[in-house]
Design a binder for this molecule. Sequence first.
Ligand SMILES: C[S@@+](CC[C@H](N)C(=O)[O-])C[C@H]1O[C@@H](n2cnc3c(N)ncnc32)[C@H](O)[C@@H]1O
Length: 366
Amino acid sequence: MKKKSSNANLKTANRAKSDEFYTQLSDIEKELKNYKDHLKNKVIFCNCDDPEESNFWNYFALNFEFLGLKKLISTHYKDANLLTKESPYKLEIVKDTNKDGKINKLDTIKTPLKQDGDFRSPECVEILKEADIVVTNPPFSLFREYLAQLFEYKKKFIIIGNLNAITYKETFKLIKENKIWLGQSIHSGDREFRVPESYPLNSAGNRIDENGNKFIRVKGVRWFTNLDYKERHDDLILYKEYHGHENEYPKYKNYDAINVDVTKDIPVDYKGAIGVPITFLDKYSPDQFELVALGIIGSIDFASNKKMEILDKSGAPTGKYTFNAKGTLYRLYNPLTDKTPAFKDTETGELYSSIYARVIIRNRKI
Ligand SMILES: C[S@@+](CC[C@H](N)C(=O)[O-])C[C@H]1O[C@@H](n2cnc3c(N)ncnc32)[C@H](O)[C@@H]1O
């Protein structure tokens, strides 16, 4: 039987709203070490975290003194359908409440919540107002709403999510305006998350450890933050030239930009707009490049509006038509580099290849 990919697993999780993916302590440590100066003397809020399960809670509780935190708060959510053991509650560590000169268990205060611990509940919003920095792995299915709330209350944050979130119009706008960016530590590959016992393990990279804990590998995981760190200002080193190699960089038919398929091939000397894969953002320095637009449906003003016949995977006509290739970027079909054309212009008969998602950028330094 064919095994499911980790992406397929994530989709299943989204569909079923199975949001119980627990972040590993090692992943949290690798990212959080970049923000030590930002965290000092701050109130940290983990608002999607059952302290009994969450390594975000563990990380901050264990490092409370080392990081010089002022307060740590975590709220435990109880969904009516969820089989969690406990009722919703808030757990806090406050700087040495019992004045014994140490941060220890006695300084941990547990209070039942009146509401269900939903990050949107008035009770949790009151805690959010008090917090300086929010750090967690919010439910994948509520990412948009979660991020919107952080901005509504003008919070600093470090959250983990999926790269796909970049293609949400709302998220891209924030990235473009330099109000949010990707974190420092994850730029490729997949990451393991612990899942509850009840989750089926049906993809290739899943495992159960010697203690019976289940783990699922998820692709496209990234940190999102609005706390600055040094490396995001490092220029991407480019070595290819546009001048003299114009054929390598075909222009789109419906947007005035050249196409680049691999980030490292961005020409060092090109002044105009360039379409690059979304993973460019892993290497993006706002000092070096300007983000112009997101080249996907609904988020860009395309220059033309052609009636095109949709071709099937073998390049054969389907008898179905689309205007402007459903809003994707497209360029002339090149038989040397493209497998099959995707569309045929109904007027001229020209064949086109469509390009799914691109970020349109411009080099600030030329
Ligand atoms: C992806 S898991 C991450 C858990 C934990 N932050 C971690 O990384 O280990 C998301 C968590 O958010 C909880 N959750 C789901 N909906 C929520 C809501 N509306 N408000 C607060 N928490 C919620 C889920 O029960 C789940 O434990």
